[in-house]
Write a protein that binds this ligand. Structure first.
Ligand code: SF4
Length: 380
């Protein structure tokens, strides 16, 4: 039996955030029920196709999945367990925004199998929440965590961002302080990327906002990393920190270049040596599923050369790096057969370490990961 993760996308949001370029939409609530119907049909179509697979994780992402009535989410999860072999201890995560959860709702979700909550806070200070276009106030985070604990959820992650317009190091550390004070199990930290097509991009181009310099951004990253470490959250991936044993198993599947299937609009999959994704538009996705026509807007066969490079690229994001044994089992030859030259060169520069079992980046190597990856490119 192989392991696999399932990702289920819910593309509805109360309001589009000013930095967001994810496949999520506001003002489409009347499409929730038709969307759930299409999602269930898509899940049904996989019946009998994963008989050799054990589902290790289910990730309900978005958008804002907690805008969907909990009973409908419970129905989708029940369907998953009736179609697939979902492990008894599978990690089942739901993403939530503060201000979109209630204790009753989280209790229903917990009863339906959800055992992990990922909350998007992004920043503690009201002025940053406003710039980002978030719908919530900072105190909503406190209620959300209380509701989750009351509902019996003891695996909570919070997403936060640094490198925000006008953000100081002290504000960034205050955000982390507020998060750590809640005693949660996992933190994801991201540097803000201003994507074309977003409101922040327009503001930036018009000179209405300015971003911290590269040095300030890096300084926030290092200070944040040290702060989280001092508060018991160990870094296990470039952007992710957890109480030992509470690492996100679903994301570890991605970083170990494992297989996953995405359901819903815009959802991506890596399965059977192919990467593919569904249509991003809600109506287009529903139409395609309900009429049984083509629903993927992207499909690519991954040959072995690419699969090896992707395994390196993703695995080196992890603090513990790439298991030499797993690499050998997967590709039939020692990692040195393909990448010996690059590994030796990087070891000499003190950017990479072979500890006998794992190939991993040094702290310095983590800082210049793109340069490191260039050494692996083109080798096969
Ligand atoms: S809540 Fe998340 S998905 Fe929705 S608009 Fe904001 S950032 Fe995008």
């Amino acid at each position: 039996m192989h392991s696999i993760g399932l990702y289920i996308h819910f593309p509805f949001c109360l309001r589009k955030c000013n930095y967001c370029d994810f496949p999520s939409f506001q003002g489409m609530d009347e499409w929730i029920t038709p969307y759930i119907n299409a999602l269930c049909r898509e899940l049904q179509e996989w019946k009998g196709k994963l008989t050799d697979y054990r589902v290790q994780t289910i990730y309900l992402g978005g958008g804002t999945p907690t805008l969907i009535p909990a009973e409908q989410i419970a129905y989708v999860l029940n369907l998953c367990t009736s179609i697939f072999h979902v492990e008894d201890d599978a990690e089942i995560t739901i993403e939530a925004n503060p201000g979109t959860v209630s204790k009753e709702q989280l209790s229903v979700l917990k009863d339906s199998g959800v055992n992990r909550l990922s909350i998007g806070l992004q920043a503690w200070q009201e002025r940053h929440l406003k710039t980002l276009g978030r719908i919530h106030r900072n105190k909503d985070l406190l209620y959300s965590v209380d509701f989750a604990r009351d509902a019996g959820l003891y695996n909570i992650s919070i997403d936060v961002m640094f490198g925000l317009p006008g953000q100081t190091v002290d504000e960034w550390l205050e955000t982390l302080y507020r998060v750590c004070m809640l005693g949660i199990e996992h933190v994801s930290t991201y540097s803000l990327k201003v994507e074309e097509g977003t409101l922040l991009y327009t503001w930036l181009n018009r000179g209405l906002i300015s971003l911290p310099t590269q040095e300030e951004d890096r300084s926030m990253y290092y200070r944040g990393r040290d702060y989280l470490h001092q508060h018991g959250l160990e870094q296990y991936e470039i952007s992710n920190f957890a109480v030992p044993g509470r690492e996100c198993i679903h994301n570890l599947i991605y970083w170990n270049n494992g297989e996953y299937i995405g359901f819903g609009s815009g959802a991506h999959s890596f399965f059977n040596k192919e990467r593919f994704s569904n249509y991003k538009g809600i109506k287009k996705y529903i139409d395609a599923v309900m009429t049984g026509s083509k629903r993927t807007e992207f499909r690519e066969r991954i040959d072995e050369v690419n699969e090896r490079f992707e395994t390196i690229m993703l695995g080196l994001r992890l603090v513990k790096g790439i298991s030499k044994k797993s690499f050998m089992e997967r590709f039939g030859r020692d990692i040195y057969y393909y990448y010996g030259e690059a590994i030796k060169k990087l070891e000499e520069k003190n950017l990479l370490i072979d500890d006998g079992r794992q190939i991993r980046l040094t702290t310095r190597g983590m800082d210049v990961q793109n340069t490191v990856l260039l050494e692996f490119m083109g080798l096969n």
